[in-house]
Write a protein that binds this ligand. Structure first.
Ligand code: GRG
Length: 306
């Protein structure tokens, strides 16, 4: 996609959103129809958590990186992208549980455990983790990736989801409740909790399209900077927008968490988010990656309203 064929961000999000939703629907139906079926209640909770809306930013970042590296969009490429959203969906389902954030509202509706119960939601979230790994393995095979490439893709996803990434970041977040974390700790926490999976989305898109090392490195840098910008913007929204607009509660302040807004104030937090976008854009420019979609997405993460 070039500047002259890029339809603008809203139209782009719509056009990528359709195939992403269809891939997620296929993934949920696969779980519903698998040989040793999960109980209906667990499947109901999975459907609630996975098909409940959301921006679908991770699979869309995957699709944009894949296309920027010359990959041809197909059903299997969206199935691979969906594996990222399956991990993201489980993380939100578990994050909302009473033993973590005890949230009532997510994506504008009741959280999964408020509808399906706590025990069922724990099981549904747990089932999504191996399901996402299998989804990534199967989809990359169908996409025609070499065997070793398939394994690297699954490894990238699981490493980002694991103790060195999202789970580790969540753990730091829980331990940090009630403490006033400084810049270094807050950056480290969010690079793992939010940044790792966002970065993996870019890396996996590049890997699936068999991009060279320089391109992959540049997309990793873009992902890291965009991930941090995303989190700072999240803290700004958390402090300035209503639960109705955001479609979620409680806020981080309610949970006594450290935030970039508490650390820097609103204006400085906004400035730092924009700085990260500049870093992301320059990573693309230096590597000669000409992607209007990735450019627009990095601005979107700081300009979004929810
Ligand atoms: C047991 C320690 C432990 C961890 C389990 C629960 C969990 C794993 C991880 C939670 C990670 C988490 C909640 C990260 C937050 C990421 C984030 C900023 C979510 C909001 O993302 P958006 O705005 O949401 O993309 P939508 O709804 O648009 O998909």
């Amino acid at each position: 996609m070039t500047n002259s064929t890029f339809p603008g961000l809203d139209a782009y999000l719509d056009s990528e959103g359709g195939p992403v939703e269809r891939a997620l629907e296929r993934a949920v139906v696969t779980l519903e129809q698998c040989e040793a079926p999960l109980e209906p209640e667990v499947l109901g909770a999975i459907r609630h958590g996975v098909m409940g809306g959301g921006k679908r930013l991770r699979p869309i970042l995957f699709a944009s990186a894949y296309e920027a590296c010359g990959g041809e969009a197909k059903e299997a490429s969206y199935d691979l992208a969906a594996s990222l959203e399956m991990i993201h969906a489980y993380s939100l389902m578990h994050d909302d549980l009473p033993c973590m954030d005890d949230a009532a509202l997510r994506r504008g509706r009741a959280t999964t455990h408020r509808v399906h119960g706590e025990e069922v939601t724990i099981r549904a979230g747990a089932a999504l983790i191996p399901a996402a790994a299998l989804q990534a393995l199967d989809a990359s095979g169908r996409l025609g990736c070499e065997r070793v490439q398939c394994l690297i893709l699954v490894r990238t996803l699981m490493a980002a989801a694991g103790a060195g990434g999202m789970v580790g970041g969540q753990w730091m977040d829980l331990l940090g409740e009630g403490l006033a974390l400084g810049t270094e700790d807050l950056d480290a926490l969010h690079r793992m909790k939010t940044g790792a999976l966002l970065t993996a989305s870019l890396e996996m898109g590049a890997l699936a399209a068999d991009a060279d090392k320089d391109t992959r490195d540049a997309l990793r840098m873009y992902g890291q900077a965009t991930g941090l910008a995303f989190q700072i913007a999240d803290d700004v929204l958390d402090a300035t927008a209503s639960p109705e607009t955001l479609g979620k509660n409680p806020s981080d302040a309610d949970l006594d968490k450290s935030t970039y807004v508490a650390l820097y104030g609103l204006e400085e937090a906004r400035r730092r988010a924009r700085d990260q976008v500049d870093i992301a854009v320059s990573a693309l420019n230096v590597a000669g990656i000409d992607s209007p979609a990735l450019l627009a997405l990095s601005r979107y993460v700081v300009e979004r309203s929810k």
